[in-house]
Design a protein around this ligand. Structure first.
Ligand SMILES: [Zn+2]
Length: 266
């Protein structure tokens, strides 16, 4: 079975901040891991964007003539006009946005988030969220709060990366299943990112099979968490997905088909 592997979730940094996280390093990484295409995230506002006039424009420049990569922007939740910041991401030609509620100190169901996500939904941008434990008050980052966001922004399409992780996996599954109540095409997806080795975000084979069997094979999406995982990790993750007791079609969808569909690629 030959599969076109597309992966979500690669963080790009300026070389002086993280020499192993540039676009050139990502291209080497995906080549080594046998991945055809990856989604590259702009740095977050703040220290990660040190020295940049505009982090999203900077990423757009980095991605010129890089057909192997799709860009996702980041939102400045301290901007005077959050909707305009989101609109700029779409103007740059990006297909989505990476939001890390804990790192960016923004409430999952708060006003600023709802403003950004309403604009993203209006513009057809896909949002990739961190979900799960990240060393901040759990009452502010409870995974079920994504359900409130889904109610506030019913047409928003998004992935919960790590699917809530080891501690909140079933809560994330609840958010996904509850979104299916609308009987429309599914809009909430499960990012299989950094879930492959024991740790806070670990998911077992049976968790991943349950996700496919309960939520559906069109829900999970493979992700890298570049540069925090090396190519060997990605290769082992791909092997693990291929070894699961699920259909070949489900494996193809997880390893690229679902991401391609949601980003509007054939
Ligand atoms: Zn991330």
């Amino acid at each position: 079975m030959s599969i076109r592997i597309w992966a979500n979730h690669a963080h790009i940094f300026q070389a002086h901040l993280r020499p192993n996280a540039t676009v050139e390093e990502l291209l080497k990484y995906i080549d080594e891991a046998g991945i055809e295409h990856a989604v590259a995230f702009a740095p977050f506002p703040g220290p990660q964007s040190e020295g940049l006039a505009d982090r999203n424009e900077w990423l757009a420049e980095q991605l010129v003539n890089r057909p192997e990569l799709t860009g996702f922007g980041t939102v400045d939740f301290n901007a005077k006009d959050i909707s305009a910041d989101v609109a700029h991401i779409a103007e740059l030609g990006f297909k989505g946005i990476k939001i890390h509620p804990q790192y960016q100190w923004v409430a999952i169901d708060g006003e600023k988030m709802i403003e950004a996500c309403s604009k993203a939904a209006e513009l057809g941008l896909f949002v990739t969220f961190h979900s799960g434990v990240h060393f901040s008050p759990l009452k502010e980052t409870a995974v079920w709060l994504f359900d409130s966001l889904s109610y506030a922004c019913p047409t928003l399409r998004y992935s919960m990366e790590h699917v809530g992780g080891y501690c909140h996996f079933r809560e994330a599954l609840g958010v996904i299943l509850n979104a299916a109540r609308r009987r429309e095409p599914q809009r909430v997806f499960a990012g299989l990112t950094s879930v492959f080795t024991p740790g806070g975000w670990y998911l077992s084979d049976s968790d991943i099979c349950d996700l496919v069997n309960i939520a559906g094979e069109d829900i999970p999406m493979f992700g890298l968490d570049f540069p925090y995982n090396n190519p060997e990790y990605a290769k082992n993750a791909i092997k693990r997905i291929l070894s699961l007791d699920i259909s070949d079609n489900a494996k193809e969808l997880i390893l690229g088909g679902n991401l391609r569909r949601e980003l509007g690629y054939a």
